[in-house]
Design a protein around this ligand. Structure first.
Ligand SMILES: C[S@@+](CC[C@H](N)C(=O)[O-])C[C@H]1O[C@@H](n2cnc3c(N)ncnc32)[C@H](O)[C@@H]1O
Length: 205
């Protein structure tokens, strides 16, 4: 069994979740008060690292459930001296539903979420009918959800669930953001599989 090399608490960007019921005040995890973004399922975090480096005026929280992946990003973020990146090791759906205060987030990123291609597994997909109302509660007005996938059928589901949800309008993903490629994206693109992008802005009350 491989042993994950954890950074000591004083160096680690990982915020330990100590309560299953108390909301985490994400803004308090950072030295500077600035726009707050959340990435769900960041994996090894190539996008996260590039994005945090390119946007020192934004605070980024990256969430991932696999220890090996989040630990890798922790070491990279620490080496890069990032002050605007914090990490959570947790189950995304639980955190979204129970552990975040409302209307705090400016952006949510979800890139290449597990596609669960078999029909009987579709119920496990993160971007399904309950997702837009969950993230609507967490976003400030005007906040944006950015999505990417390689899976055309899952992409159609993403468009359908946001199209059918109240309080969102489709927007474009900015080109500079598209230039920051994720780990999975790099692999898919190298195989000739194109990235599908979707973005939706919270509107109304
Ligand atoms: C296909 S990978 C994509 C990783 C990264 N976003 C990328 O594009 O390279 C999906 C990631 O989401 C994580 N993940 C899947 N479901 C999750 C959940 N419910 N909560 C937290 N992380 C999850 C997986 O462990 C995995 O690292």
């Amino acid at each position: 069994m491989s042993r994950k090399k954890l950074l000591p608490p004083g160096e680690s960007l990982l915020h330990p979740i100590t309560s299953a019921v108390e909301p985490i005040d994400l803004a308090e995890l950072f030295p500077l008060e600035q726009p707050l973004e959340l990435e769900l399922g960041c994996g090894d975090g190539s996008f996260t690292l590039q994005y945090a480096l390119a946007n020192p005026d934004r605070n980024i929280v990256a969430l991932e459930r696999l220890l090996g992946r989040i630990t890798k990003l922790d070491r990279k973020g620490h080496r890069a001296g990032l002050k605007n990146l914090r990490l959570l090791r947790a189950e995304a759906a639980y955190v979204l539903e129970y552990l975040l205060p409302p209307e705090l987030l400016d952006v949510i990123h979800v890139y290449f979420p597990d596609p669960w291609p078999k029909k009987r597994h579709h119920k496990n997909r993160l971007i399904s009918k309950p997702f837009p109302p969950l993230v609507k509660r967490l976003l400030r007005e005007g906040g944006i959800v950015y999505l990417r996938t390689d899976n055309v059928e899952y992409f159609e589901q993403m468009i359908e669930v946001f199209g059918g949800a109240e309080g969102f309008e489709p927007v474009e993903t900015p080109e500079p953001m598209k230039q920051l490629v994720t780990d999975f994206e790099q692999e898919f693109n190298a195989q000739g599989i194109a990235t599908q992008y979707a973005a939706h802005r919270k509107i109304g009350g």
